[in-house]
Design a protein around this ligand. Structure first.
Ligand code: NAD
Length: 300
């Protein structure tokens, strides 16, 4: 297939590499010349303008930082809707707010094109390995067209519901994850103060009702889970700054919809403090180290 991928950053570049491996012709577009050159080096076509990238493309994928970039690239003068073929399928895999996802999809549909919001989970590691989870929002027919393409980049392709449902799933999941990560961190900090061995708490909680992914796969206290970022000085993984971004999107959605999310709001404030302490590039499980340092008065 002829595919255009707009946004060749940390995620988009390896996703494009997997589409090439799957046999597609991929025109990659990015503002940064270095990223276009990297795409050319992996066997794709690196192009500077969106118009050039989408010319002749059957599928247009966007992988951009935030809603304003997606709106500009899709709706803008030199953008996708102005230049893509009438039958092109649009897939936005960026993590953006639900309201913008729905607005952009409506504009695409008014122009006669199908559009899916399809944010991902799995991070850069999943993008490189081709094992991402795609959470898709859009019509059944848009999903049916997108699924074989997304399979080239991911392992689990889930249809979450109508337009915006993919972004809604991502916001809900990551808010739950942030809250559970803080909860597990607090459990281990309390255990330390009570003189309870960390491994013992892990052995007990992982087969008790405190069990959750943040504990058993990603334990924020160094020791019990050897593969967790806590054992490599909290190198990401999933950076705290990205978690803060996702919590902002979740709280915006909660405010817009009137959903009660008091712990989501508090998690956002704690991740804001972590990022302001200069830890935005650390893994989000560095919350454990941050809360401990704050309690010891090392961070004001
Ligand atoms: P990134 O900043 O590395 O890449 C974004 C790219 O978009 C940049 O290379 C930038 O130059 C390009 N860009 C911006 N505006 C453009 C425009 N108008 N035209 C062409 N290119 C443009 O970001 P990333 O880490 O690749 O993340 C992309 C999206 O995926 C974000 O929405 C992010 O929240 C989401 N995401 C990231 C991760 C992760 O671990 N990095 C995990 C899940 C989801």
């Amino acid at each position: 297939m002829n595919i255009a991928l707009i946004g060749l950053g940390n995620m988009g570049l390896p996703m494009a590499a997997n589409l090439l491996k799957a046999g597609h012709d991929v025109a990659g577009c990015d503002l940064a010349e270095a990223n276009r050159a990297a795409h050319a080096a992996q066997g794709g076509r690196g192009v500077a303008s969106v118009a050039e990238a989408v010319a002749g493309a059957e599928v247009v994928i966007t992988m951009l930082p935030a809603g304003k970039h997606v709106a500009e690239v899709v709706l803008g003068e030199g953008g996708v809707l102005a230049h893509a073929a009438p039958g092109a399928l649009l897939i936005d895999s960026s993590t953006i707010d639900v309201a913008t996802a729905r607005r952009v999809a409506e504009a695409a549909e008014s122009s006669g094109r199908m559009m899916l919001d399809a944010p991902v989970s799995g991070g850069v590691g999943g993008a490189v390995a081709g094992t991402l989870t795609f959470m898709c929002g859009g019509t059944e027919s848009a999903f049916a067209r997108a699924e074989p393409v997304l399979k080239g980049m991911g392992r689990s392709i889930v249809h979450a519901g109508p337009s915006g449902a993919g972004q809604a799933a991502k916001a809900c999941n990551n808010m739950m994850l942030a809250i559970s990560m803080i909860g597990v961190s607090e459990g281990f900090l309390l255990a330390d103060r009570l003189g309870l061995d960390r491994q013992k708490l892990f052995d007990i909680a992982s087969v008790s009702t405190g069990q959750c992914w943040a504990l058993t796969s990603y334990c924020p206290a160094p020791g019990p889970v050897p593969s967790a970022p806590s054992n490599r000085d909290y190198q990401p993984g999933f950076a705290a700054a990205l978690m803060l971004k996702d919590l902002g999107l979740a709280q915006q959605a909660a405010e817009d919809s009137g959903a009660p999310t008091p712990l989501g709001a508090h998690a956002l404030r704690l991740y804001q403090a972590l990022v302001e302490a200069g830890q935005g590039g650390a893994d989000f499980s560095a919350m454990f180290r941050f809360l401990g340092a704050t309690a010891r008065g090392e961070i004001a």
